[in-house]
Design a protein around this ligand. Sequence first.
Ligand code: DON
Length: 310
Amino acid sequence: MISEPFIDYQKLFLEMAEELREMDDIGTIASYIPELRNVDPNKFGIHLTTIDNQNYCLGDSNDKFSIQSISKVLSLALAFELEADKLWDRVGVEPSGTPFNSLVQLEYEKGIPRNPLINAGALVICDVLVSRLKNTKQAFIEFARRVSGNKNIDYCPRVAESEKKTGFKNAALINLMKSFGNIKNDIEVVLDFYFNLCSIEMTCKELAQEFLFLASNGVNPLTNVRVVDASKSKRINAIMQLCGFYDEAGEFSFKVGLPGKSGVGGGILAIHPGKFSIAVWGPKLNSKGNSYKGMRILEFLTTRTQSSIF
Ligand code: DON
């Protein structure tokens, strides 16, 4: 058996700070959701939480930001817990290889999205939750708060409204799926929940702590809340590994080697099962819509510590 290398996180974070000082500063902030244009593009934060609750941070790790698509992992966890394997009748587990909001596969695959992390799949998950939870928005945010024991987690109505005004592609996706019978509820209700879900704000610290359950077999070790069983936790990590970065999922696996999920707000969550969760945030995105510096610093971390899962 190969012994695990000891990771001196303190030293690692000092090295990461140095690496960041030298890193090129490229990329553009997401502007298709008008409210996201107001974010300071020069922000950058990191927070790592180990499963035994050691915490390490850097930069703007206590600033709230729009977690956007990262919240799709949480809605997936709840829907999977409620529906178990029935969920896979309505959404697949295959990588799409297409951008997050693409319509192309959906028509010839008869309204069944490739996976729950592309927009189409996340909309189906929202439909499941609207069917399952009375007062869906309230019930969902209470679930999010319970997972990490953090009452400060909330939606941002400004961002949700802003996306509602420009979310034409999401409207197209949900209408197409409705025509195939894969959306059961009123389109407006499901879209409203979806835009709110994407508008959730967290700091890097809150994000790392919220998703620590995926590093710990489905139980958040900070609160002892069981979010999903161990098998589901493993499967959610597998879906993140293959689908968390859309048409850049291969690149993230290749360079970083951890299950992860990005959001157009510039956040990235990554999980090392059995070890830690880490959240990074840098609003400038690369051409695939993922945080440029976020990807680079995670690549540095797993390379430097030899802690890719592969
Ligand atoms: O639906 C959208 O377009 C956004 N609310 C979320 C997109 C997103 O974060 C894609 N991820 N990288």
